[in-house]
Design a binder for this molecule. Structure first.
Ligand code: URA
Length: 463
């Protein structure tokens, strides 16, 4: 056992906390990537010093992608203790800037800063209607959002299907937007840059489905972004990264512990992700469905989750007396969304005139009549990824037009030969692989599936 195996060891680096400059290039550091990889590969716990060093060195290019990939795979296979996760998260926060909005005022009052993040799902477009609902209710949302990860979609990839929309915002622009309109949805940029690099690597190295890596990825961005309170949507089921309720509960408790430890009011909703959310999965198609929700319609599950998360966010931010459902009915949330899109350079006209990207379409029809029994969220997520909505190499351009429409959701009647799914891609040679992913991923039978609650539980720091 080397000194690296001792969590909380009293090394001189520990006393300095994350981002010690002792390890700057050319220093006499006693730490090195191969030893750290071997320690985790063999099931040891990484010391604080090792974690601080490897995150700092990777952020600054002194640890190679190949070495970090090996370490991520070792973490994926061996896991991390809670103290290791806390230190890994702190080191990722310390890899970049931290924003602070406590000096900002709107109408002379401090902003009610609150944000939301999902652990990743299929068809999970909820951030898009949710942020304007919370804006309309008086909250201020600094949202550092992500790109697609594995089989799950990313808010930034979806919003970039609106012509002109940019998530690349400077710090001063984020501050200005928070004061002027009450929200900004942005790429994390200089917030937790270690996560930006590790996130992109995880996406293409089969290391996404790891509790420590998910928890530290989400919380490093959220702690750095400067929201005072945070609501997390922790997914459970086939389309989630962690499939079982037990694993998702463990993730939820870890998220709450990390958030509370960093001084954030942190709440988690545990929600079902065995079936995709809503009727669309992909980039532009999910924006279109979000607009339906903002117009007072849309699929009931998307509306239910949007309103439940909005209620939690308002409560966490101490905002009383607002009615999130009313903002969808009376159009105020839609107005706020248009303001947000315009503020970030998006073509607001494209939202109403069908100007979102179009693509080639292929339909899958019902092999028999009956009832749609199941639609497996993972199969749909992979099909949409194959259609071009996600990446297979870092930095790849995703297709705005790639996606899928679900015509019959579980429990709905099906007639033989009618369309069940429409698939969209800008490159029709992708249809074959996408259709193969869906093979066995849905079933039409004679029985309605048992009803599943969408919201399974609520977890706070007292639990
Ligand atoms: N969202 C993130 O930011 N990171 C993850 O690992 C999963 C979801």
């Amino acid at each position: 056992m080397s000194h690296l195996d001792a969590p909380g060891s009293m090394s001189h680096l520990d006393a300095r906390g994350p981002m010690s400059h002792l390890d700057a290039p050319g220093s006499m550091s006693h730490l090195d990537a191969p030893t750290i990889i071997r320690t985790k590969r063999d099931g040891g716990a990484l010391s604080d010093a090792a974690i601080d060093w490897v995150i700092d060195a990777y952020t600054h290019g002194r640890v190679a992608d190949a070495q970090m990939s090996a370490l991520l795979m070792a973490i994926f296979l061996r896991g991390m203790t809670r103290p290791e996760i806390a230190r890994w998260t702190a080191a990722m926060v310390a890899s970049g800037e931290r924003m602070d909005f406590t000096d900002l005022r709107r109408d002379g009052k401090p902003l009610a800063l609150v944000d939301k993040h999902s652990t990743g799902g299929v068809g999970d477009k909820v951030t898009i209607p949710l942020v304007p609902v919370v804006m309309a209710c008086g909250g201020a949302v600094p949202q550092a959002a992500g790109r697609g990860l594995g089989h799950t979609g990313g808010t930034l990839d979806k919003l970039e299907s609106i012509p002109g929309f940019t998530p690349e915002l400077s710090k001063s622009r984020i501050r200005q937007q928070l004061c002027d309109i009450g929200a900004a949805i942005f790429a994390a940029g200089e917030l937790a840059p270690a996560d930006r690099k590790i996130y992109a690597l995880r996406d293409v190295t089969g290391t996404t489905e790891s509790l420590p890596l998910i928890a530290s990825s989400i919380m490093s961005k959220k702690i750095a972004e400067g929201a005072a309170s945070l609501v997390l949507d922790c997914k459970v089921g086939s389309g989630a990264f962690l499939k079982t309720e037990e694993e998702s509960r463990e993730l939820a408790h870890t998220l709450v512990e990390l958030g509370t430890g960093a001084g954030l009011v942190t709440r988690v909703l545990l929600t079902d992700m065995s079936t995709p959310l809503g009727r669309t999965v992909g980039n532009a198609v999910e924006v279109t469905e979000s607009l339906e929700v903002l117009a007072g319609g849309g699929p009931p599950d998307v509306v239910e989750l949007t309103l439940a998360l909005a209620a939690e966010m308002l409560d966490a931010a101490g905002i009383d007396g607002a009615d999130p459902a009313q903002t969808l009915d009376d159009g105020t949330a839609m107005d706020r969304f248009r303001e947000l899109v315009a503020a970030q350079g998006g073509d607001v006209g494209a939202l109403s005139d069908g100007g979102l990207p179009v693509a080639y379409a292929e339909t899958i029809t019902a092999p028999r009549g009956g009832t749609m029994e199941t639609i497996d969220a993972m199969a749909v997520g992979l099909a949409v990824w194959r259609l071009g909505a996600g990446r297979s190499v870092p930095g790849e351009r995703v297709q705005s037009g790639a996606g899928l429409r679900i015509h019959r959701r579980p429990g709905e009647p099906v007639s033989a030969g009618e369309p069940l799914f429409t698939l969209y891609t800008e490159t029709p040679e992708r249809f074959e692989a996408a259709i193969a992913e869906l093979d066995g991923g849905f079933s039409v039978g004679d029985q309605a599936p048992p009803e599943r609650p969408l919201i399974i539980d609520r977890i706070t720091s007292g639990d």
